[in-house]
Ligand binder design. Structure first.
Ligand code: RIB
Length: 303
């Protein structure tokens, strides 16, 4: 089986449940507060591992309790953490996640040790392995990882989140682009494609056509769509009560890449990823909410 190597962020998430997001200048009281493991990279690595993929993570954390606890969480998920770097004197990345009563979130990320991730050692990468990246680590490193992965005939999957205009020069080197609706529009505009009054599926087709890659767009409670060449696949999401959407997109990405690495037919990989993302929104937190493969099987079977 091909390996999934996630090069990305690891954060401690400070989660504040609020009735409503504060307006500028307003103070609101949190209904609930807790802390837990997160970060787009760590979330995606755990999702890939829980989906059954052999998973390795390259990340950077601080020499602090948050970093220690993240190492433990990743390792307990069965992820190879030998290349997780520990930075003395720099705190582990932190995210401040506000969740409202509709389960929607608003996040501020302080990169901390994530910004010290200086190099990605991809020497063990084999042809057919998958490198999964997001944009919460320094962009030059994302670029370096993409080039290294290509030189080893590995597949490159980038979740363009949070979107960054500076990635324009290497968009064409990405095999699979994972975006949400907003990020899809941002990518389309970056490569000079029209977005105003254009249907999401048509934007995805235009982006995939211009970049010559596979484009996957998550649609929240509406599921996801995928465009590869002339093929357009759309999968509806199961209806679930939304408690907290934090990390649902990461769960989707990790599950999707695990499916691709296991050579599962793309429609099945997409359906499993959508189901996994839907389960994740029914629970609070990021990593704590990521389902195991058996949970996904059960929901697909109608349980
Ligand atoms: O995608 C969700 C993640 O974004 C959170 O876990 C938080 O750490 C931020 O990185």
């Amino acid at each position: 089986m091909s390996e999934v190597v996630v090069v990305g962020s690891a954060n401690v998430d400070h989660r504040l449940l609020v009735s409503e997001f504060p307006a500028p200048g307003q103070t609101v009281k949190a209904v609930e507060f807790d802390m837990g493991p997160g970060g787009k990279g760590a979330n995606q690595a755990v999702a890939a591992a829980r989906a059954g993929a052999k998973t390795q993570m390259i990340a950077s954390i601080g020499a602090d309790i948050a970093g220690q606890s993240l190492r433990q969480v990743l390792s307990q998920a069965g992820i190879d953490i030998a290349k997780v770097q520990i930075q003395a004197g720099t705190p582990t990345g932190a995210a401040y996640v506000m969740v409202n009563s509709a389960g929607e979130n608003s996040i501020i990320v302080a990169a901390g040790a994530n910004s010290a991730l200086a190099t990605a050692d991809l020497a063990t990468l084999q042809s057919g392995d998958y490198v999964l990246l997001q944009l919460e680590i320094p962009l030059p490193l994302v670029e370096e990882a993409i080039f290294k992965a290509h030189s080893r005939q590995a597949k490159v999957v980038v979740n363009v989140s949070p979107a960054d205009d500076r990635m324009k020069p290497f968009l064409g080197l990405i095999d699979v682009l994972i975006v949400n609706e907003l990020e899809l529009g941002q990518v389309a505009e970056l490569i000079d494609l029209p977005v105003a009054e254009v249907e999401i599926a048509d934007i995805a087709k235009a982006v995939a056509g211009k970049l010559g890659n596979t484009v996957v767009c998550t649609l929240g409670p509406k599921g996801a769509l995928l465009v590869a060449g002339d093929e357009l696949l759309a999968v509806d999401a199961p209806k679930v009560p939304a408690v907290d959407t934090t990390g649902a997109g990461d769960t989707f990405a990790g599950y999707l890449v695990a499916g691709l690495a296991a050579n599962v037919p793309i429609a099945d990989a997409l359906a499993r990823a959508v189901t996994a993302g839907a389960i994740a929104v029914t629970k609070p937190g990021a990593i704590e909410a990521i389902p195991f493969a058996a949970d996904v099987d059960r929901m697909i079977a109608g349980g």
